[in-house]
Design a protein around this ligand. Structure first.
Ligand code: 4NP
Length: 155
């Protein structure tokens, strides 16, 4: 049985597709499944933003085949860990949780890097290309720590 990790942002086209691609690249595929979703439904069915695809490409990752989907209550059952990009995503996901067990699955991804500081991954959507590289770097550092912990705990 594989351990399932979900990355969540608002649109599922900028930050969480990068987070999915980065974490998946650091984990053995036979033991872990990584997916992503958005709390909003604006971009359902769309590929990641071109700027996220480009940034991922520059680091040797292909995220172009991902398609956006909306986070749903079922994800609390399907996934063992749910990492959100910012405080607003956190509030939106926690609002849908019904049990303490579900709430405990949810954390901000940058708490891996800055424990208990609740730092947001900034939304790069309305910014420029270099904002996407900044997001990539933060997520890469956080996912490096997370991947080590997950491998230690589950394999
Ligand atoms: P994401 O970025 O949450 O990182 O995918 C956004 C994408 C789209 C919008 C907002 C944020 N939007 O308002 O359409």
């Amino acid at each position: 049985m594989s351990v399932k990790i979900l990355m969540v942002c608002l649109g599922n086209i900028c930050r969480s597709p990068l987070a999915e691609g980065i974490l998946a690249s650091k984990l053995p595929k036979d033991l872990f499944t990584v997916d992503s979703a958005g709390t909003g439904n604006y971009h359902v069915g769309s590929p990641p933003d071109k700027r996220s695809i480009h940034t991922a490409n520059q680091h040797g990752l292909d995220i172009s085949l991902q398609r956006a989907r909306q986070f749903s209550r079922k994800d609390f059952e399907k996934f063992d860990y749910i990492f959100v990009m910012d405080g607003s995503n956190y509030d939106n996901v926690i609002e849908l949780a019904k049990t303490e067990e579900e709430r405990k699955k949810v954390d901000l991804i940058l708490n891996q890097l800055f424990p208990n500081e609740n730092v947001d991954v900034p939304d790069p959507y309305f910014g420029l290309q270099n904002g996407f590289e900044d997001v990539y770097q933060m997520l890469d550092e956080a996912c490096e720590i997370l991947a080590k912990k997950l491998i230690e705990k589950h394999s």
